[in-house]
Design a protein around this ligand. Structure first.
Ligand code: ATP
Ligand code: MG
Length: 629
């Protein structure tokens, strides 16, 4: 069947379509019906069915490929490398589950996981899934304040953490941050389970803090049975990155998520049991949940958990991992590829990468320069995919497992099965045709795997994401996009990044794309800045490939004019940035997302807001410095 026919079927006959996909996982008890959409926008998938994420990720594979690699934990920070087979992973998860049970954690209780990229973090996630506890992983790079707000929101009974993470060979103590966060939070977790890596000293709080190694030894022979869960019971809460404001606690189910992951692993990521998958993200992000921990394991693949920089000990580290473990599918982000692009290509050429079949990139727009460079270097298809914490798996991509359709530069692709993607004009409320800009919306019911609700706040879920138009429930992605005549989508930026210049609505992303086409531009951020006359004007911050070309006022002005000229030519004078500043670094979140809000705030002389997710606070000074130069 053609992809078009499969897609059509998934939208017109969602029940039949997902009933078929549900066979990709094990059910302890069959569901009574595939979909309950009687209370839109809420969806219930596989109602009455009982299953378990840990069973599908681990136990299910023990019988048929127990000795095969399941989890490969590599740290270039501590120089450790350990391969856990499915049998060994099951034993470790059982031990951690036994510890949790002994600490009083049961079904429905929240467990907050604040950990570096170490095997124990995956054990903890899978252990929660095993006993029906709800995990909430908080990115290890977050500081006390962000952590405190998540503790307060999720109200965990237990926190699992470690003495420290490590970055660039430097220990980053976690425990003092955790203690501070607990002090700040109105909610106090009863117990804190700590993995001691001997990287930083720890002060243990009597009666609250317990040592993982000691308890593991006590539960070494534990065999904790699977707690079967109704498909719609919650599996985890994950807070969004917070690029655009207060993070939302995205709550996910069990059965729908397992089916969506199994389906996407087969048709989008094309992974097979026994192969190795390598996602370079972090367990604190949605990619880490879906495609480091659960997805590959549910597909019977070995998954790599990597702690360390992409450039240490040298820029060949990822490729050496690909060679050593014969990675077939790799998942990363454009920001990481840009880091590698700055390094000599020899690091990649040194290794035998013939096992690799494709590289998937997501999280932010993939520009032509980055995608062209990596595709030339790797000689495998580079597959962009567009999605959100909320959806749990790709909304747009090229699902080559169904049909070998071509990718199109600058486009993350076409809607994947189950996502009824539409574009709507924000002002008129009309559906857009080809080549018309609009807000990317998804008509309900959302497919399996998407968020069920905002944790503890159904009303916020409905009011934040949903609109009813002509009796249809529409989910907003808050992204702006355009679809070409062949159905390929292009993401133009977030809706609150759309700027209004003298009545013209422009996506900052469009202007960035245009500026990027200048041969000397390496990276660019465009923001809308308040202007008395025009309402807003676009302002650009550019990182040059050759920064020396902007030395001296004259050279700088000439280059600024040249870049403005590119925009004039491609988009028209309305889109021309009022200023182009040259800087060395852009403020980004630790997951590589541009902090446009903060840049905009600085440009308008406002406070940049909560900066806890920022990669490097010094980058804000670059913006400030540029403005006064
Ligand atoms: P918050 O919702 O709290 O502001 P966030 O949106 O940054 O945080 P995520 O859910 O991690 O948190 O990011 C999803 C967003 O990332 C998408 O809505 C989109 O703006 C952007 N994005 C993801 N993948 C792509 C892609 N392939 N191309 C373009 N943009 C992408
Ligand atoms: Mg978002």
């Amino acid at each position: 069947m053609s992809f078009a026919a499969i897609y059509k079927n998934s939208i017109e006959q969602p029940q039949a379509f997902w009933d078929g996909e549900a066979k990709l996982i094990d059910w302890q008890q069959p569901y009574s019906h595939v979909l309950d959409y009687s209370k839109p926008p809420f969806t219930q998938w596989f109602v009455g069915g009982k299953t378990n994420l840990c069973h599908n990720a681990v136990d299910r594979w023990v019988a048929t490929q127990g000795e095969k690699a399941a989890l490969i934990a590599i740290s270039t920070e501590t120089g450790s490398e350990k391969v856990y087979s499915f049998t060994e992973l099951q034993a470790e998860v059982s031990r951690t589950a036994a510890i949790m049970l002994a600490l009083g954690v049961g079904k429905g209780d929240r467990v907050l996981i604040y950990m570096p990229m170490i095997a124990e973090a995956a054990f903890a996630m899978l252990a929660c899934a095993r006993i029906g506890a709800i995990h909430s992983v908080v990115f290890g790079g977050f500081a006390a304040h962000s952590l405190a707000s998540r503790i307060e929101d999720a109200q965990p009974k237990l926190v699992v953490s470690a003495d420290a993470g490590s970055r660039g060979g430097k220990a980053i103590p976690y425990k003092p941050l955790l203690d501070e966060a607990i002090a700040l939070s109105a909610h106090k977790p009863g117990k804190v389970l700590l993995v001691n890596r001997n990287l930083a000293p720890m002060n243990l709080v009597d009666g609250r803090d317990v040592d993982y190694a000691t308890l593991r030894a006590q539960h070494i022979d534990a065999q904790v049975p699977i707690t079967w869960l109704e498909s719609n019971e919650p599996s985890y809460i994950l807070y969004t990155s917070g690029t655009t404001g207060k993070p939302k606690g995205v709550q996910r189910d069990v059965g729908g998520y397992a089916v969506a992951l199994a389906s996407s692993m087969q048709h989008i990521f094309c992974g097979n049991p026994g192969e190795t998958y390598f996602a370079t993200s972090d367990i604190g992000w949605v990619v880490g949940h879906s495609y480091i921990v659960y997805g590959p394991l549910i597909a019977g693949m070995a998954t790599i958990m990597y702690e360390g920089l992409p450039t240490s000990p040298d820029a060949g580290i990822w490729w050496s991992i690909v060679e050593k473990y014969k990675v077939t599918r790799m998942f990363s982000a454009p920001t990481a590829v840009r880091v590698l692009r700055k390094q000599p290509p020899e690091f990649m050429q040194k290794y035998d990468l013939t096992s690799l079949k494709a590289l998937y990139l997501a999280g932010e727009p993939l520009d032509e320069t980055t995608s062209g460079w990596i595709s030339d270097a790797l000689k495998v298809p580079i597959i962009d995919n567009y999605w959100q914490t909320e959806t749990g798996w790709p909304i747009l991509s090229i699902a080559k497992g169904y049909e070998d359709m071509p990718t199109r530069l600058g486009s993350p692709g076409i809607p994947t099965p189950g996502f009824n993607v539409k574009l709507f004009d924000e002002t008129t409320g009309e559906e857009c045709g080809s080549n018309e800009k609009g807000v990317v919306m998804i008509e309900g019911p959302l497919p399996p795997g998407c968020m069920q609700t905002v944790y503890g706040d159904d009303a916020r879920y409905v009011s934040t994401y949903w609109t009813v138009l002509n009796g249809k429930h529409l989910y907003s992605t808050f992204d702006w996009g355009i679809r070409d005549a062949d159905g390929y989508y292009f993401i133009l930026g977030r809706t609150d990044d759309v700027i209004n210049v003298a009545g013209h609505r422009l996506g900052t992303r469009e202007i960035e794309e245009s500026i990027s086409s200048h041969a000397n531009v390496s990276e660019v951020a465009v923001v809308g800045v308040e202007d008395k006359l025009k309402g807003q004007v676009a302002v650009a911050f550019v990182i040059l490939k050759n920064p020396d070309t902007a030395n001296g006022v004259q050279a700088r002005q000439a280059l600024e004019k040249e870049i403005m000229g590119v925009v004039d030519h491609q988009l028209g004078a309305v889109a021309r940035p009022s200023r182009v500043y040259f800087i060395a670094q852009l403020p980004k979140t630790r997951s590589g997302k541009l902090l446009r809000r903060s840049i905009q705030a600085i440009c308008e002389g406002r406070d940049p807001g909560d900066m806890s997710s920022i990669e490097d606070p010094a980058s804000l000074n670059q913006i400030k410095g540029a403005l006064v130069s």
